[in-house]
Design a protein. Structure first.
Length: 577
C-alpha cells in the first residue's frame, strides 16, 4: 500500500459499505457516508493538486514537482459512468424528485472514482482488493453473528438491510477477495483466505439465488478463460451451478415460483418502457409506470385472479430493465458500455477485476445491485482499477475544474441524502408511538425530508385518524406525487368522502382500481361512495366484488345494510343520504 491517502480511501469505502442504522432505510446511512467520503477525497485531492501546481513554479523544484502534479483524465469506463450520472440527473426533469437521494449514491461513487483515478495503476488494484476483503468479510461476519444470536430469515442481513442485498454485495466482493488471496504473500494469504471462507458462510446465509448463480457462472468463466483452460475446475464449477439450482429450487419459495414472479415483473417493465423510448419515463418513476402497466394486464382477469396475481414491486428485480425503463435506451447503453468496457480492459491483465465485473453484470440481470450503496462503494474503486493505463490529461487545469464541479454537485446532493436518513429514522421511531406523539414526530420528519413519499403518507394517515381531513388530504396528495402506492389513492378517497367531496372520491378509488383491479378496500369504499351519490346498481356491483374477494370481512355487513336502506329509500322517493 503506497501511503496514508490510499489507506484513507480504503477505510472510507469500507465504512460506507458497512455502516448501518437499524431504525433507518438500509441504504440511507451508507449513501450519506459514501457521498461524504467522496467529498472529502475530492476536496483533499484538489488542495494537494493546487499546492503542487504552485510549488512547481519555484525554480529548481519544477521538474520534480511537475511530475507529481500530472493529473490523470478519467478512464473510458469512468467517463461513461460520469455520463450515466449526468443523464440520470437530466431525466429528473421528467422524473420523480424523490429519487434525488438515490442519485446521490451514484454520484458519490462517481466522485470517488475521479479521485481514485489519480492514483497509480497498482495502487488502484490494491485498494479495491483490500476494500472488498474488508467490506465483504465485515458484512458476512455481521450476518454470522446475527445467526448465532438466534436471528432467522430477513433478520440475517449482515447490515445490508436484506439477505438478498447481502448476497449482491458478496457477489462483487468475493471474486476480488479470491484475487487478493492469489496475489498475497505467504504471510498474508492465510488471513485473507479466512476472510474468503467467512464470505462464503455469509453467502450461504443470504439465501440469494441470484448471487449464487452469478458466482457459479463466474467460476465457470474463470475455469475456461485464457489458453490454459482448467477443465477440472470447469467441471467443478458446472457441478456447483447445478447444485445451486437444485438447492435454490428446494427453498421456501421454489425457484419456479420466483422465476414466474420475475417474468411477470419484467413483462410489465418492458411494456411500460416501450412507449417511453429512447429517453425513458425519468429517474424514480419506475413504480408508477410499472403499476399502470401491470393494472392494464390485470384488467383482463377476474378481480379474484387479479388479487392473486398483483405484485407490488418496488424495483424491477433487474438493473438492466429498470435502467431501460427509467433512463431509456440512452441510459441502458451508457451502463452497458461502462461495465463491458471495464471488464474487457482488465480481462487479460487483471482477471479478478474482470470476473468481479462479470459477476456484477450477471447479478444485475436478476436483481438491482446498483441500488445498494455497498456495491456502489466497491464499484467506485473497481472501475478506475480495471484500466491499467494512466491517462495523463493534456490540460490538468480542466481536470481540476471538473473535480471542483463534482465537489459542488456532491455537496448539494448531500442534503437530500442526509434528509432521507433522518426522515426514515424518524418514521421508524413514530411507528412505535401513540397517535399524538406519532403525529408530532411525523411532522418533524416531513419538514426534514419533504422528498419522501413514505413520510408524507404516514403523516397524512395520522392526520386523518385524528379527524383533520384537510391537512391530511394535502399530505396524501403530496405522497402520491412521490410514492407509487395503490393504497394512497384509497386513503385520498376516504378523506375526500369525509369532506363530502363524493365525485373526487369516486375518481380516487377508480385510480386505485385501474392499477389494482382486485383491491378489496378500493371496491368496498367505492361502493359506499357510489351509494351516497345514488348510483345504487354500480354500488351493488362493487360490493359483490368486494364480497367475492373477502367474504368474511366484518365491514361488508354494514355496507350491505346501508345499501339496502338506500334502495328502500329510493322506492319511497327519499333522497340519498
Amino acid at each position: 500500500m503506497a501511503g496514508r491517502a490510499e489507506w484513507a480511501i480504503v477505510a472510507g469505502a469500507s465504512v460506507a459499505a458497512l455502516v448501518h442504522d437499524p431504525l433507518a432505510l438500509a441504504a440511507a446511512p451508507k449513501t450519506v457516508v459514501l457521498v461524504v467520503v467522496a467529498v472529502v477525497a475530492l476536496g483533499l485531492g484538489l488542495v494537494r493538486s493546487v499546492c503542487s501546481a504552485r510549488s512547481a513554479r519555484t525554480p529548481g523544484e519544477a521538474p520534480r514537482l511537475a511530475r507529481r502534479d500530472e493529473s490523470r483524465a478519467p478512464s473510458p469506463s469512468v467517463a461513461l459512468w460520469l455520463l450515466l450520472c449526468a443523464w440520470s440527473a437530466l431525466t429528473l426533469v421528467w422524473g420523480n424528485r424523490a429519487a434525488l437521494a438515490g442519485l446521490a449514491g451514484w454520484c458519490g461513487a462517481a466522485g470517488l472514482m475521479l479521485q481514485v483515478g489519480q492514483l497509480g495503476a497498482q495502487a488502484r488494484v490494491e485498494i479495491v482488493r483490500l476494500a472488498a476483503v474488508l467490506a465483504g468479510s465485515g458484512s458476512a461476519l455481521v450476518a454470522l453473528g446475527q445467526r448465532l444470536v438466534g436471528e432467522h430469515g430477513i433478520a440475517v442481513h449482515g447490515g445490508q438491510g436484506n439477505p438478498n442485498w447481502l448476497g449482491l454485495v458478496l457477489a462483487v466482493a468475493l471474486p476480488l477477495s479470491v484475487d487478493a488471496v492469489l496475489e498475497a504473500s505467504r504471510r498474508r494469504r492465510w488471513l485473507l483466505l479466512g476472510g474468503c471462507l467467512v464470505q462464503l458462510g455469509g453467502l450461504l446465509l443470504s439465501g440469494s439465488r441470484v448471487a449464487w448463480i452469478a458466482l457459479a457462472l463466474v467460476a465457470l468463466v474463470a475455469a475456461v478463460r485464457g489458453r490454459r483452460r482448467r477443465w477440472w475446475l470447469a467441471l467443478a464449477a458446472a457441478a456447483g451451478l447445478l447444485l445451486t439450482l437444485w438447492v435454490a429450487g428446494r427453498g421456501e419459495k421454489a425457484l419456479g415460483q420466483a422465476w414466474a414472479g420475475r417474468l411477470q415483473i419484467w413483462a410489465a417493465t418492458v411494456g411500460a418502457a416501450a412507449p417511453a423510448q429512447p429517453f425513458g419515463v425519468g429517474l424514480g418513476r419506475f413504480g408508477e409506470a410499472y403499476l399502470v402497466e401491470q393494472g392494464r394486464a390485470l384488467a383482463a382477469l377476474t378481480p379474484g385472479q387479479a388479487a392473486r396475481r398483483f405484485l407490488n414491486a418496488t424495483t424491477s428485480h433487474s438493473e438492466w430493465f429498470q435502467v431501460g425503463l427509467e433512463q431509456g435506451l440512452v441510459g441502458l447503453l451508457l451502463l452497458g458500455l461502462c461495465l463491458v468496457s471495464a471488464a474487457r480492459a482488465s480481462w487479460r491483465r487483471w482477471p479478478g477485476g474482470s470476473l468481479a465485473l462479470i459477476s456484477l453484470m450477471l447479478a444485475a440481470a436478476g436483481d438491482s445491485p446498483l441500488q445498494q450503496p455497498a456495491v456502489l462503494a466497491l464499484l467506485a474503486l473497481l472501475l478506475p482499477a480495471a484500466d491499467a493505463a494512466d491517462h495523463i490529461a493534456r490540460w490538468p487545469r480542466m481536470v481540476r475544474v471538473g473535480h471542483l464541479l463534482a465537489l459542488a454537485v456532491l455537496a448539494l446532493l448531500l442534503l437530500p441524502a442526509v434528509a432521507r436518513w433522518i426522515g426514515s429514522h424518524q418514521l421508524a421511531v413514530a411507528r412505535d408511538q401513540v397517535l399524538h406523539h406519532r403525529l408530532a414526530t411525523l411532522h418533524r420528519a416531513a419538514a426534514i425530508d419533504p422528498w419522501s413519499g413514505e413520510v408524507a403518507l404516514e403523516h397524512g394517515l395520522a392526520l386523518a385518524e385524528l379527524g383533520r381531513p384537510k391537512p391530511a388530504l394535502a399530505e396524501l396528495q403530496r405522497s402520491r406525487a412521490r410514492l407509487a402506492n395503490v393504497g394512497t389513492d384509497v386513503a385520498i378517497g376516504n378523506v375526500l368522502l369525509a369532506l363530502g367531496r363524493r365525485e373526487p372520491a369516486v375518481r380516487a378509488y377508480r385510480r386505485a382500481l385501474a392499477r389494482h383491479p382486485g383491491f378489496f378496500r378500493a371496491h368496498a369504499n367505492l361502493a359506499e361512495a357510489l351509494r351516497q351519490l345514488g348510483r345504487l346498481e354500480r354500488a351493488g356491483h362493487h360490493l359483490r366484488v368486494a364480497r367475492s374477494l373477502l367474504p368474511g370481512h366484518p365491514k361488508l355487513g354494514d355496507l350491505e345494510r346501508r345499501l339496502e336502506r338506500s334502495k328502500l329509500g329510493r322506492a319511497v322517493g327519499a333522497p340519498p343520504d
